[in-house]
Design a protein around this ligand. Structure first.
Ligand code: UD1
Ligand code: PEP
Length: 420
């Protein structure tokens, strides 16, 4: 298991290129199952989760080509020869369940392993199944698998999500593109990654109205065709590096990022003392004075994203005064707190809220990554801390961040991957 060795205390200065959004790419790749023509995706991040989704789609029968001149350009083409998504792949990555809607819509059947929970929560998929059932699927759970059939095909429906779910919205949109008639989705998630999925589907010939709103109208078509689509930049990677500029007291240019997608992360950065400006094709972030404590509550977009919660926890741990972070999306997303406290932070958790009392400085320590974003919060703490931090279980980070150590080192960080 690789680990990172970080010697903190250096303000970061320089340029970091922000890659394609993991969460957009993972939702868009299963669209390849909706057509027999070629789907080409550009600006794909080079991360382990993308490799896992490729493995899954390939075992469904599609060929995947990564451009030899551009490793961020992927083409998918072929016929579906297998409608089962096996446990050994789905258990690696929950987004695997996003093949369910496309397989069902295209083949009238799918057998997909239940993903199960993960370090941040139990994460059931009941809403995915309820929405697909409303579209006419017959679903039963058998031996840890979702067995879904649509003997008469899927039929448009009106479905109100009882609460906002990114994955359930994505699965249902994809299934509805090939259903007979009109589907109306209310209280749908409206994250930028969902807009990106909708853009790709429209490029493939889907008929979708309401992009960017919680009320989507999808008129089913007989078939979808191939398309070329460039994946949206990763707003979470962007926010993460903005926190790196903030916590080290440096200045970074985040190339390829756009301020309008940051939602309330922009406001949170500015409120705690990190300046953010849009330049031509980049966002410039810098900290000029001291950091100030703020209160944050995670919410569906455009609210503050749960995927930025751990990184802000690190930032707020050295901000003046007290802060409170309330996590409303996942029930177990404070695993980074004891590790940050081992580095000198003063954080107490009370139910779904964490109170952070800002300290002057953190000190390096051996720490353990527990999930993707928690891992980066410990890197951020390590970059600001005095002394050496050794971060174990870096494989969590490799799921979702491309070339972390190269991007940080190019801006002056002292960070090294120790291979084992
Ligand atoms: C690959 C991907 O895009 N992952 C993102 C996606 O995850 P994901 O799509 O899994 O997240 P959801 O929006 O579905 O989950 C939101 C909440 O709803 C619950 N829930 C969800 C579905 C369901 O059928 N039943 C149910 O109870 C979940 O347990 C969670 O508490 O959105 C999350 C919320 O922004 C992000 O943190 C993840 O990074
Ligand atoms: C929770 C995340 O991803 P996933 O839904 O793939 O676990 C994340 O990106 O922070």
């Amino acid at each position: 298991m690789d680990r990172f060795l970080i010697r903190g205390g250096k303000p970061l200065h320089g340029d970091i290129t922000i890659g394609g959004a993991k969460n957009a790419a993972l939702a868009i790749m299963p669209c390849a199952l909706l057509t027999s023509e070629t789907l080409t995706l550009k600006n794909m991040p080079q991360i382990v989760d993308i490799k896992t989704m490729c493995d899954l789609i390939h075992q469904h029968g599609l060929d995947i080509n990564i451009d030899s001149k551009d490793p961020h350009r992927y083409s998918f083409k072929g016929e579906i020869t297998n409608t089962e998504a096996p446990y050994n792949i789905v258990s690696k990555m929950r987004a695997s369940v996003l093949v369910l809607g496309p397989l069902l819509a295209r083949c009238g059947k799918a057998r997909v392993s239940l993903p199960g929970g993960c370090a941040i929560g139990t994460r059931p998929v009941n809403l995915h199944l309820e929405a697909l059932t409303a579209l006419g699927a017959e679903i039963e759970i058998d031996s840890g698998y979702i067995n879904a059939t649509a003997p008469k095909g899927l039929t448009g429906t009106r479905f109100v999500f009882p609460f906002v779910s990114v994955g359930a919205t994505e699965n249902t949109i994809m299934a509805a593109t090939l259903a007979k008639g009109r589907t109306e989705l209310l209280n749908a998630a409206r994250e930028p990654e969902i807009c990106d999925l909708v853009d790709c589907l429209i490029a493939m010939g889907a008929k979708i109205q309401g992009r960017g709103t919680s009320h989507l109208i999808i008129d089913g078509v007989d078939s979808l065709h191939g398309a070329e689509h460039s994946v949206l930049f990763d707003r979470i990677e962007c926010g993460t590096y903005a926190c790196a500029a903030g916590i080290t007291g440096g200045e970074l240019r985040l190339i390829g990022a756009k301020i309008e997608y940051l939602g309330s992360v922009l406001h949170a950065l500015e409120e705690c003392g990190v300046e953010v400006f849009q330049e031509d094709n980049a966002i410039r972030v810098r900290r000029t004075g001291s950091l100030r404590g703020i209160d944050i509550m995670t919410e569906a977009y455009p609210g503050f994203p749960t995927d930025m919660q751990a990184q802000f926890m690190a930032l707020l741990s050295i901000s003046e005064g007290a802060s409170m972070i309330t996590e409303t999306i996942f029930e177990n997303r404070f695993m980074h707190v004891p590790e940050l406290n081992r580095m000198g932070a003063r954080i107490n958790v009370h139910g779904s809220s964490a109170i952070i009392r800002g300290v002057h400085s953190l000190s390096g320590a051996p720490v353990m990554a527990t999930d993707l974003r928690a891992s980066f919060s410990l890197i951020l703490a390590g970059l600001a801390a005095a002394g050496e931090t050794s971060l174990n279980r870096v494989y969590h980070l490799d799921r979702g961040y491309e070339a972390v150590e190269k991007k940080l080192a190019a801006c002056g960080a002292n960070i090294e991957r120790i291979k084992s």
